[in-house]
Design a protein around this ligand. Structure first.
Ligand SMILES: *[C@@H]1O[C@H](CO)[C@@H](O)[C@H](O)[C@H]1NC(C)=O
Ligand SMILES: *[C@@H]1O[C@H](CO)[C@@H](O)[C@H](O)[C@H]1NC(C)=O
Ligand SMILES: *[C@@H]1O[C@H](CO)[C@@H](O)[C@H](O)[C@H]1NC(C)=O
Ligand SMILES: *[C@@H]1O[C@H](CO)[C@@H](O)[C@H](O)[C@H]1NC(C)=O
Ligand SMILES: *[C@@H]1O[C@H](CO)[C@@H](O)[C@H](O)[C@H]1NC(C)=O
Ligand SMILES: *[C@@H]1O[C@H](CO)[C@@H](O)[C@H](O)[C@H]1NC(C)=O
Ligand SMILES: *[C@@H]1O[C@H](CO)[C@@H](O)[C@H](O)[C@H]1NC(C)=O
Ligand SMILES: *[C@@H]1O[C@H](CO)[C@@H](O)[C@H](O)[C@H]1NC(C)=O
Ligand SMILES: *[C@@H]1O[C@H](CO)[C@@H](O)[C@H](O)[C@H]1NC(C)=O
Ligand SMILES: *[C@@H]1O[C@H](CO)[C@@H](O)[C@H](O)[C@H]1NC(C)=O
Length: 824
């Protein structure tokens, strides 16, 4: 069979699936978009009439299962937007002809399961779906008003009292584009006027829920009328009740049909003789899809369904699709089927599901020449039930591509894999929901590229039982706890990997599946998604990763912000945070940690910048508030104190005339006279002052020597002036008195202005060394700093008396601290 035909058939199948859905809910042609806000469910409310003052914008109103017995003129007025109205199961007896006058937008009206005695007149030009079935009227007569239902597409009628159909009944529908008609009296048809249904020329599908046991010719007449419409689909519900007296000729009408494509049987009793008759006739009809849902089968003929050939018919049958879904076996034994497969040359889809089958009629099914899809789901098959040892498997399933054996009793995967080699074209095998166990290693043929092992307890080993040729693998719900690159590395052809509903806690960051296009990992226990994982999946087009317990932290931030969401089939609804606790339940979509807080290098840069700024600010503050000066002063003071005891001893031995000898330049005399001297003399220090206390006539050096020797400390008021005019004397003095034991500790330098040691003339060797070694005190213009200065200076000059030393240290520490604090 060529591919065009195959795809056509697949679309037929889809059509048929759509049909089945259509049967369940006839809302297909409805065009209004009802939102939750404009929909009101008032079912099961014990209402006896339509409530007043309903919101005016209501589009959908459900009044089912109440006790509304009649609909009056004004009951539904004030609902101009009403589009869908359901008043089923109410015991409704009558409807006023003008009840829906104000509801011209009504598109669906369901008044089934009531007690209407006549089919009500309706003038609703927009009505598309009307269900008046399961009522109590005696005739299917549709009044003149139905000529105005120009949009009516679906109509359901039915009353156990209405057992005849007159030509006039559907006359009003002559020009209506009705597509689907459902007649469901549920009882025996008594009379049918030939031509009644033929008036519905646009009809596409007909559903009959009635029996023809007594008047099988009525069914024949209906088939003939159906032939005159466009109908391609016929559904027969409860066509045969348990006891039905029909001749086998009831299906003869199918043979001469022109364009019927699908035939569906629901909830019907069948025995093998009737089934045989049906199949013989359908083979000769244009029907392509033959389906049975929920049938009860009894074998009334010893040979079962027996169709060795069809006498007098030598054309191949048209059937493409046969579906048996749910068969109840009346006799609890498996039906005999003996059908000549050459009658089904085009049959390519067979579904045999929910039948309790434990052994496949292998010689029959496997011999179907063009069978491409075999669905044996929901049976009781085991390995040897499908591959029955007495069946010949030399050349079986010549065209079979897809085999579905979901929900059976298969156990041995190796056995199955061995046998897939026998199906030379098989490329898809669905083994979901069996009892598979991994025993011996399995090997698979190269043509098998799609495998579903979902819903079996396989565990992590499952990966090593897969074929390297496999492209699509479903391992959902198989108890897998880990996905590793090693496990999937040999699956080089993998394109679709489904691992939903397992216990995988993370995806490996080294995952590398270059051809993978689709990955399902939803409903696992994954906390986070690693960006590296997806670098190994360059072809990924679809990802389903929702319903995992995501930890909303920086690790997943990239996913929220930069992952291509068009790849996600379940975004955003299925993605929520599970942790941390305060974010639990939040939609992952709404998780937006600042990119700063989640980007380490930005953080590093910011930290560095902050450190630089803080350092800068501190440095600036230190500079502007003369931190260096304070530090220096503190250092001076500490040194003074450290020598306190030493000094005390020294002082006791020595007797000084002066506390200090002050040497300064004449040019700095103003400062000395106004600041230094008054301050120190006020503190009762004896001072020997250069010039004032020098003995006139003595050589200056002698004067200096005398003063230095009589003083406890020698105070130099250093300034550029002093260095230039006075210091040379002292260089000389120090040169001469090298042997003299002048303690350098007794020298105190007060800097009136900054004098870097290196800026001094090279000849002042001593001063340079002294300034480098000694700590000096800088004079400052700031008054607070001056106080610190004086405190330190006085402390230095204090002629220590041993008992006083400790006390003074304590006092001065407090003072100094106080001063320093004040300054901040
Ligand atoms: C009308 O309501 C009945 C009862 O709920 C339901 O079975 C039937 O499918 C509905 N008909 C349509 C056309 O929706
Ligand atoms: C139409 O059917 C009714 C019964 O529903 C019957 O009484 C009547 O005679 C029929 N009319 C015609 C014209 O056949
Ligand atoms: C079935 O039909 C036969 C004759 O055709 C008749 O004798 C018998 O009574 C019928 N049975 C029922 C239940 O209608
Ligand atoms: C088989 O079923 C048909 C239709 O229900 C019935 O007429 C016939 O009598 C049945 N045959 C047997 C042997 O029960
Ligand atoms: C059904 O219609 C086809 C043409 O579509 C025609 O050939 C055939 O004879 C008709 N069958 C009956 C029973 O009217
Ligand atoms: C199956 O058919 C029987 C009657 O044949 C009916 O009673 C039962 O409700 C049907 N089951 C379903 C699921 O339709
Ligand atoms: C099956 O049918 C073909 C023709 O339709 C016929 O030639 C063949 O003999 C039949 N096989 C059996 C076993 O009846
Ligand atoms: C599958 O085939 C291998 C080798 O062909 C064989 O050893 C093994 O027993 C077979 N397993 C089963 C369960 O048939
Ligand atoms: C995989 O198998 C699970 C369980 O049988 C099923 O629900 C799911 O739809 C499958 N996934 C795909 C993509 O076929
Ligand atoms: C996201 O993925 C889609 C589909 O693969 C692609 O068309 C689109 O260009 C991607 N967008 C970005 C921003 O990468």
């Amino acid at each position: 069979m060529d591919t065009t035909l195959w795809s056509c058939l697949l679309s037929c199948l889809l059509l048929f699936i759509a049909d089945a859905k259509h049967l369940q809910q006839q809302t297909g042609p409805i065009t209004c978009k009802v939102s939750r806000a404009t929909s009101m469910d008032l079912s099961y409310k014990h209402l006896s009439k339509v409530p007043r003052n309903l919101p005016r914008n209501i589009q959908e109103l459900d009044l089912s299962r109440n006790n509304i017995y009649s609909l009056h003129d004004k009951d539904l007025e004030g609902l101009p937007d009403l589009c869908i109205l359901k008043i089923t199961h109410n015991g409704l007896l009558d409807i006023s002809p003008s009840a829906f006058l104000g509801n011209i937008k009504l598109q669906l009206l369901n008044i089934s399961f009531n007690a209407l005695r006549t089919i009500p007149e309706l003038s609703l030009p927009d009505l598309r779906v009307l269900d008046v079935s399961e009522n109590l009227y005696g005739s299917y007569y549709l009044g003149k008003s139905y000529t105005s239902l120009l949009n009516l597409a679906f109509l359901a009628l039915g009353s156990p009292q209405a057992r005849s159909i007159n030509l006039t009944d559907f006359a009003s529908l002559h020009a209506i584009p009705l597509q689907s008609l459902k007649l469901s009296s549920g009882v025996e048809m008594k009379l049918y006027e030939h031509g009644s249904i033929a008036q519905l020329t646009m009809l596409q599908e007909l559903t009959l829920h009635m029996t023809f046991c007594e008047n099988p010719e009525i069914f024949g007449n209906i088939l003939q009328d159906l032939n005159k419409t466009n109908a391609e689909s016929l559904t027969l519900v409860k066509f045969f009740p348990d006891i039905c007296n029909v001749s086998n000729g009831i299906f003869a009408g199918f043979r001469s049909l022109g364009h019927l494509k699908s035939l569906f049987f629901y909830n019907t009793w069948f025995n093998s003789s009737v089934m045989t008759s049906l199949v013989r006739n359908v083979i000769q009809s244009p029907v392509k899809i033959l389906s049975f849902y929920n049938i009860t089968f009894a074998q009334d003929t010893p040979e079962g369904i027996h169709i060795p050939n069809v006498p007098g018919y030598n054309k191949p049958g048209n059937i493409r699709i046969i579906v048996f879904q749910t068969i109840h076996h009346y006799q609890y034994n498996f039906p005999l089927i003996n059908v000549n497969v050459t009658l089904f040359p085009y049959l390519n889809y067979v579904k045999f599901s929910g039948t309790g089958m434990s052994i496949l009629p292998c010689n029959l099914i496997s011999a179907l020449p063009s069978l491409q899809v075999l669905d044996l789901s929901d049976n009781l098959l085991k390995g040897r039930g499908l591959w029955w040892p007495s069946c010949s498997f030399s050349n079986v399933f010549p065209a079979l591509k897809e085999l579905y054996v979901r929900s059976n009793k298969f156990v041995d995967l190796q056995f199955i894999s061995n046998h897939t080699y026998e199906m030379k074209n098989l490329n898809k095998l669905d083994l979901s929901t069996n009892s598979l166990r991994l025993m011996g290693m399995s090997s698979w043929p190269p043509h098998l590229t799609e495998l579903s092992l979902s819903d079996n307890s396989l565990g992590d080993a499952a990966f090593s039982y897969l074929s390297p040729y496999v492209e699509i693998v479903n391992l959902s719900h198989t108890g897998i706890t880990a996905l590793t690159q090693t496990a999937v590395s040999q699956l080089s052809s993998l394109k679709h990997l489904f691992l939903s509903s397992n216990s995988i806690s993370s995806l490996p960051s080294d995952l590398s599946l270059p051809d993978l296009e689709e990955l399902h990992i939803h409903q696992n226990i994954i906390n986070t998604l690693n960006q590296n994982t997806f670098e190994g999946l360059p072809r990924l087009k679809r990802l389903k990763a929702g319903r995992n317990p995501f930890a909303c932290n920086c690790d997943i931030a990239w996913f929220v912000t930069s992952f291509n969401k068009t790849l996600l089939t379940d975004w955003p609804s299925d993605y929520t945070c599970s942790s941390p606790h305060d974010l639990a339940g939040m939609a992952l979509e709404n998780y937006h940690p600042g990119w700063v807080s989640c980007t380490p290098w930005i953080q590093a840069v910011i930290s560095v910048v902050i450190i630089i700024i803080v350092t800068g600010v501190l440095g600036y503050a230190f500079y502007t508030f003369d931190g260096a000066w304070y530090l220096q002063m503190l250092w001076v003071w500490l040194r003074v104190k450290r020598r306190g005891y030493q000094e005390a001893n020294r002082l006791r031995a020595a007797a000084f005339k002066y506390h200090a000898f002050i040497s300064y330049s004449q040019k700095d005399s103003e400062w000395v006279d106004t600041q230094l001297v008054p301050n120190l003399e006020a503190a009762n220090f004896n001072l020997c002052i250069h010039e004032r206390d020098f003995v006139p006539g003595d050589w200056i050096i002698d004067n200096i020597i005398n003063c230095v020797e009589d003083s406890y400390k020698t105070l130099f008021v250093l300034s550029q002036n002093f260095v230039q005019s006075e210091w040379c004397n002292y260089e000389l003095f120090f040169a001469q008195h090298r042997a003299l034991s002048i303690q350098q500790d007794s020298l105190v330098f007060i800097l009136l202005e900054p004098i870097p040691a290196d800026s001094l003339p090279k000849k002042f060797l001593k001063l340079r060394t002294l300034l480098r070694q000694q700590t000096y005190m800088e004079w400052h213009k700031d008054e607070r700093k001056q106080q610190v200065f004086w405190t330190n200076l006085k402390a230095m000059l204090q002629v220590a008396d041993k008992s006083m030393v400790l006390e003074r240290v304590a006092k001065e520490v407090t003072e100094l601290c106080h001063l320093l604090n004040e300054n901040e």
